[in-house]
Design a protein around this ligand. Structure first.
Ligand SMILES: Cc1cc2nc3c(=O)[nH]c(=O)nc-3n(C[C@H](O)[C@H](O)[C@H](O)COP(=O)(O)O)c2cc1C
Length: 332
């Protein structure tokens, strides 16, 4: 059997194959963070298109934690019912669905609100200077993650991916480039990981499904994290996660040389350190997927390819195991 069609485990979740849909912000929610008909079409198309698991776009745990005012939210009980309907719709296809819980931190683009961050350092001249969080504010955000996890449980999600990548709030705590705190949340790598660790502990209290993180394994900047530091972070949180969705960049403005599979070497190094990975980045062919699975990563995420071609996986299921196509599509 081709590798991508092998059923597998991701923690306690049973996946029918090895391909997941990458989280991708669509900026189509209403201005209160409420899900719209667009999202049902968007996510169910990829689920019926054969991905084993959909990971939703970054979904904010606080209103001020949105990247834009059209982000999805899970910061209010009014968000539950729409998300619950989405989960039901995706489950009908046989796919699993996880929600990416996020807080934009200093990269929030919400108007008329002061963004928060571990330290009062702006991302760039295009962003305002954030407010350095007090210990009470840190606690509030951890509670916001816990409440979001309880809502995700009520909505029926199979998994939660904590967004710790791309220079958003959690990443800002992890990176020495953005965290200049002098208290228990800054300084050593243990201290910089404390915020993420406490979030994971809180989320696990409220959520019975599987939990993992997304991290920027490489920050592409002097003094920032590289893969070895990322592995150190992961070792500190390993008891609380099924694995890691490996991404890179976004912490400070810097140019990144991209090429097909450019992030897979990071995933490989992490997996060799004993932590299961979801890897990807500019993956667009069956051959790339087969070459990467097992050696570089346990699961593959597809992002932009699925934007263009929601039936990418289905087309390959048809080629390699037509009997596994969903019945309504078998005559395609
Ligand atoms: C439109 C768009 C929105 C994205 N939004 C998110 C997001 O909400 N959360 C996240 O972790 N990554 C986000 N990403 C990054 C993707 O998950 C993925 O890592 C990246 O696109 C590389 O994979 P690809 O080459 O298969 O697209 C986004 C990417 C795109 C293109």
């Amino acid at each position: 059997m081709v590798k991508f069609l092998q059923p597998t485990q991701w923690g306690k979740l049973s996946l029918s194959n090895r391909i997941v849909m990458a989280p991708m912000c669509m900026y189509q929610a209403d201005t209160n963070g409420v899900i719209q008909p667009f999202h049902f079409a968007h996510y169910t198309a990829r689920a019926y298109g054969g991905v084993a698991m959909v990971i939703t776009e970054a979904t904010a745990v606080e209103a001020r934690g949105r990247i834009s005012d059209r982000d999805l939210g899970i910061y209010d009980d009014q968000h539950i019912v729409g998300l619950q309907n989405l989960v039901k719709a995706v489950h009908q296809s046989g796919s699993l669905i996880a929600i990416q819980l996020a807080h934009a931190g200093r990269k929030s683009g919400i108007q008329n609100q002061t963004a928060i961050a571990p330290s009062a350092i702006a991302f760039s001249q295009d962003y305002g200077t954030p407010k350095a969080m007090t210990l009470a504010e840190i606690k509030d955000v951890i509670i916001a993650f816990e409440k979001a996890a309880i809502r995700a449980q009520k909505a029926g999600f199979d998994g939660i991916e904590i967004h710790g990548a791309h220079g958003y709030l959690i990443n800002e705590f992890l990176s020495p480039l953005t965290n200049h705190r002098q208290d228990q949340y800054g300084g050593s790598i243990e201290n910089r990981t404390r915020f993420l660790k406490e979030i994971l502990q809180a989320v696990r209290k409220g959520f019975k499904g599987e939990v993992w993180v997304r991290l920027s394994a490489e920050e592409y900047a002097e003094g920032g994290h590289h893969v070895l530091e990322t592995i150190q972070v992961l070792k500190l949180i390993q008891p609380f996660i099924a694995g890691v969705n490996v991404s890179s960049g976004g912490v400070v403005p810097t140019s990144i040389k991209t090429q097909p599979g450019y992030q897979l070497p990071f995933a490989k190094q992490i997996q060799e350190a004993g932590i299961l990975t979801i890897g990807g980045g500019l993956i667009t062919t069956f051959e790339q997927i087969e070459a990467a699975l097992d050696t570089d990563c346990h699961l593959i995420y597809l992002g932009r390819e699925l934007l263009l071609n929601p039936y990418f996986v289905l087309q390959h299921i048809k080629k390699h195991a037509p009997e596994r196509m969903l019945k309504p599509y078998q005559r395609g």
